[in-house]
Design a protein around this ligand. Structure first.
Ligand SMILES: C[S@@+](CC[C@H](N)C(=O)[O-])C[C@H]1O[C@@H](n2cnc3c(N)ncnc32)[C@H](O)[C@@H]1O
Length: 353
């Protein structure tokens, strides 16, 4: 099915599709993203940018530049060649840092046993991929490396059973879901996000899993609970409908790179819900400090301390290692330099007592 038909199908099953701008307490980054996302839909309700996954406000976060057949096919020869030259001449340092980070990430993934998942899921074959770096018989980009690592962690730490229910808050275009589903085909996969993101996930996952059951926002009320939904289905829960599932307990709840960007009001809605407090397992990756005093990265005062309120037993706690050593060129106090991120990310897995 085309992106246009899938988009229209999603919108026709999401009565509140255009209402996300009315949500209270949105942080400033996401208020802009949600507004831009609506601007990207044309009057017929389809994505103008012709790419539901990489767009001006959110991307796959890049990959080192290569003169690959994939790049030439995707971006055309002139663009690929000129960009390659530009990067080689003017962005040597940035490129070297990025490549180092990729090499570290790949070694870390291998060290936790993730080599086969890495090889079995080349990013360039996934729908809408425009950024891919070919290496060691597979292809990756910065965001995809996280997805591979996290899938392997879910397996290594037995976070999901074969027929479990997994709820991910802040699921973006469904990248994790596409990989995890391959290894847990009977898991019920629930995504909570803004409508425009759920629509992206619906397009992405429908293209990969054409025969799967997709439960869209207006179909949620046909089921008594998440547990009673068909095994192996994908379930799309808009942020404004979170209250419909907040009091349930499931096998696994996750949030990656998202709670630490939210305002306290939204953070509390999730962290204080039964779902986060009483589900069997909770797996979070977020920043130690959302907005350090010397570089106010996000519009929030959330820190690591705020994640401890769910009172679960801590099974695992460490630094999230993907992109940990990356250096990003940016301005701070008027000086441009390559710097590490303003805050590292922690990785925590907890279970109900
Ligand atoms: C930085 S992205 C991370 C996406 C994805 N988890 C990943 O790791 O690639 C943050 C995600 O959280 C979502 N998000 C932001 N505020 C949210 C909120 N209040 N409720 C649910 N999702 C939210 C965004 O739409 C986006 O999909």
């Amino acid at each position: 099915m085309s992106i246009k038909i899938l988009t229209q199908n999603f919108i026709s099953h999401a009565p509140e599709f255009y209402s996300d701008l009315e949500l209270n307490d949105l942080d400033s980054k996401h208020a802009v993203i949600v507004k831009d996302a609506y601007d990207f839909l044309d009057d017929e309700g389809t994505y103008k940018a012709n790419n539901f996954r990489n767009w001006t406000t959110q991307t796959d976060q890049g990959a080192p530049m290569q003169m690959s057949a994939f790049n030439i096919y995707t971006h055309g020869f002139p663009y690929t060649f000129l960009k390659f030259l530009f990067v080689k001449v003017f962005r040597r340092d940035t490129e070297r840092h990025l490549l180092n980070s990729f090499m570290d990430d790949i070694s870390i993934i291998k060290s936790i046993g993730g080599e086969s998942i890495l090889k079995e899921n080349p990013v360039h074959t996934s729908p809408g991929a425009t950024e891919a770096y070919f290496i060691e018989g597979t292809s990756v980009n910065l965001r995809w490396l996280r997805y591979i690592y996290i899938t392997q962690q879910i397996i290594n730490h037995n976070l999901l059973s074969d027929t479990g229910v997994w709820v991910d808050v802040g699921s973006y275009y469904g990248g994790y879901q596409s990989i995890v589903r391959k290894y847990f085909p009977k898991t019920t996969i629930v995504m909570v996000d803004f409508h425009h993101q759920l629509c992206r996930s619906y397009i992405f996952l429908s293209k990969i899993y054409q025969d799967a059951e997709h439960i869209l926002p207006d179909q949620l009320s046909n089921y008594k609970s998440l547990e009673s939904m068909p095994k192996g289905s994908f379930v799309y829960v808009p942020v404004s409908d979170y209250y419909k599932i907040a009091n349930q307990k499931v096998d696994l709840v996750t949030n990656f790179f998202s709670l630490g960007e939210m305002r306290r009001e939204f953070h509390s809605v999730y962290m204080h819900s039964t779902l986060f407090k009483e589900s069997k397992k909770v797996y979070l990756i977020n920043r130690f400090i959302g907005s350090p005093f010397f570089e106010k990265t996000f519009d929030t005062d959330i820190t690591i301390i705020d994640y401890m309120s769910n009172k679960q037993k801590i099974d695992y706690f460490d630094i999230f290692p993907m992109s940990h050593y990356i250096l990003v060129k940016r301005e701070l106090f008027g000086r441009i330099a390559s710097r590490n991120l303003s805050s590292s990310y922690f990785e925590i897995m907890t279970s109900s007592q």
